[in-house]
Ligand binder design. Structure first.
Ligand code: SAH
Length: 239
């Protein structure tokens, strides 16, 4: 079973939002699982502290390598990659979510304060992963986002009604706009083509919309789409 193990100073935050809706149901059905390790349990002092002042001076506190290593070594690895949530990490993407969802899960270290002693990353061959170009106060919300992105891709987690193949980022395009009832909302109509019943025209319109939205909002993605769009698109269908 796919499983995430999360090392954190705040285990009480989990599973939190991950137990709602489809992910919660899927966990009850044992399609995936998670557990937490409380880093404080590996503290070497009566105060339960796990951090200390930065070598070389400066503000803040750094999480200690020895304590984190002990916490990490207490977790059964089972071939899972060890990730450290960090704004300096490699950007997490939908592609990575697909890859991780097909594996056995992952072990994730959530930082707090100024982050972790760099020697830990090296000593345990940890990969740094970022969820975006902004700075959070801790890795907990970041790892929840990663777990959610991976778990919804595990077969059986989403109902068959929800199609994965045509979503944003699949095939390097953002999704086309969606509409539902009522037909008229504050003087705005649903585009005629969507009510035409002509599946070919609908598909063509959606592709054009997706291309236009991607071109204007995400020129970086659009460039990639132009370079290898058709190939990726057919690959996605095989997933
Ligand atoms: N001083 C660090 C930031 C520390 S933020 C720096 O400038 O790089 C505290 C913790 O929040 C980090 O250790 C990390 O685990 C988490 N975090 C913050 N921003 C993140 C992001 N964009 N992606 C993933 N984790 C993040």
């Amino acid at each position: 079973m796919w499983k995430a193990s999360v090392l954190t100073l705040y285990p009480e935050l989990f599973p939190g939002p991950l137990d709602a809706s489809v992910l919660g149901r899927a966990r009850a059905e044992r399609l995936w699982d998670m557990d937490t390790v409380n880093i404080k349990d590996f503290s070497d002092n009566p105060y339960g502290s796990v951090d200390d002042t930065p070598a070389g001076g400066g503000a803040g506190l750094v999480m200690r390598a020895d304590i984190l290593a002990n916490a990490l070594d207490s977790v059964e690895r089972k071939d899972r990659p060890v990730l450290y949530l960090s704004p300096r990490g490699k950007p997490f993407t939908q592609k990575r979510a697909h890859k991780l969802s097909r594996g056995p899960g992952f072990i994730a270290l959530c930082g707090r304060f100024e982050g972790v002693d760099a020697r830990l990353i090296e000593a345990r061959q940890i990969e740094e992963v970022s969820i975006g170009d902004f700075v959070l106060a801790g890795g907990e919300i970041a790892v929840m986002a990663m777990i959610e992105a991976c778990v919804r891709l595990i077969p059986g987690v989403l109902g068959s009604a929800q199609s994965l193949g045509v979503e944003s980022f699949e095939g390097d395009l953002l999704e086309y706009p969606q509409y539902t009832k009522p037909r008229m909302f504050e003087n705005k109509q649903i585009p005629d083509v969507l009510l035409s019943g002509d599946h070919g025209r609908v598909a063509k319109w959606r592709l054009e919309q997706a291309e236009e939205i991607t071109r204007t909002r995400r020129p970086d993605l659009y460039q990639r789409y132009l370079e290898n769009g058709p190939i990726r698109r057919s690959k996605n269908k095989e997933r």
